[in-house]
Design a protein. Sequence first.
Length: 245
Amino acid sequence: MSSYFRDATLAFSIEIFDKQGIHIKGIKTKKSFSDFRLDEDGNIIGIFRSYSELSQTYSVCKANLKGEIVETYAEFPDNRFRQRWSETAVFSVITGWEKNVLITKINNQTFVYGHSGKYNLGVIDESGQLLYKIKKDEPLRKFPAKERDRLKKINLGEYQPFYYLIFTDSEGRIYIQTNKTWLEEDVTEKEVDIFSKDGYYLYKTTLPKHTHVIKNGYLYSREVEDDELVKRFRIKNWDQIKEGI
């Protein structure tokens, strides 16, 4: 569990680079980007956080490169614990069990997002039009008794999130991480459900804990040993992995 202070008077910023690593521009905005991707026109498609007193709302939005929101596609409440610390600062606690809104890019025109309180994801185009939904029947999982007692002052609800991360590979397959790995030192692998780019369920498997990129037959994982580094693994059966049903 971790905590932080947020000064309500501060602006948020992101820095944009091209593929060669050359800095293009920075954006400062009063809205916080919890996750985002760029579409083929350079607009930002992502999750924006709006603050109001001690509450926060996640919005799936499109913004231009000035940081101005031009379209809102969906909104969800946040269940993170907060207390006011001063006139401008809010004390917030992150446990890793929060139900979050996540988004990633399938390609430059297509994005997948979802709120982890339900196993229900939407695939949209860059205009926000819903192309199809991904649903998977999974039982509700109550919090472990140890965690429920430890977090009894923090109202996270009765049930765990259904998933914790969404990412895609270079073929457009969608990976949904279903186990909690953040702050879990004894967990060495992430459990994932894999869907085709058209939303069909393909596999359940495990991957190295810090996998975030799977591209052109290789898996890239951040490893922490004496130094922090990125390891590349060759996927032997890459050409045999299904792309659809």
